[in-house]
Ligand binder design. Sequence first.
Ligand code: ZN
Length: 160
Amino acid sequence: MHIERDRVVVLHYTLKNDAGEVLEASHGSAPIAYLHGHGNLVPGLEKALAGKRSGDTLSVVVAPAEGYGERSPGLVQVVAKSALKLDADPVVGMQLTARGPQGTRVLTVTQVGRDTVTLDGNHPMAGKTLHFDVEVTEVRKATREELAHGHVHGVGGHQH
Ligand code: ZN
């Protein structure tokens, strides 16, 4: 059975950046499972997987536009330290959750000044070229319930 819309795909993956550093990997833990054709993976990776079968391995390079998007300078803001109600002193790399009109957003502290903090609302992988190594371990038909929910149930998926 090959990968196409409405199939459940189980896979192991490693994600590296341009420098070859591993950013994420499923090896050593459970494989992930996703419902193909429902926007559950970044578009560039989902496209590359179409037509593959169980046992196939592939290496995919995904440009930012087909990955987590380009970085948006408008999502970077400098705020007064005193405006942030933090339990601890902000440090570079710290992530804060902010509630706004578009829902919850994760902000990463990218600079700490004497009185100010720079917060970046871009996805941490925005603007990055993604290098995936993927091994497809299973392809099956989705159940009616999975199709209704738009995601996989059971091992590697939602447990509910
Ligand atoms: Zn569900």
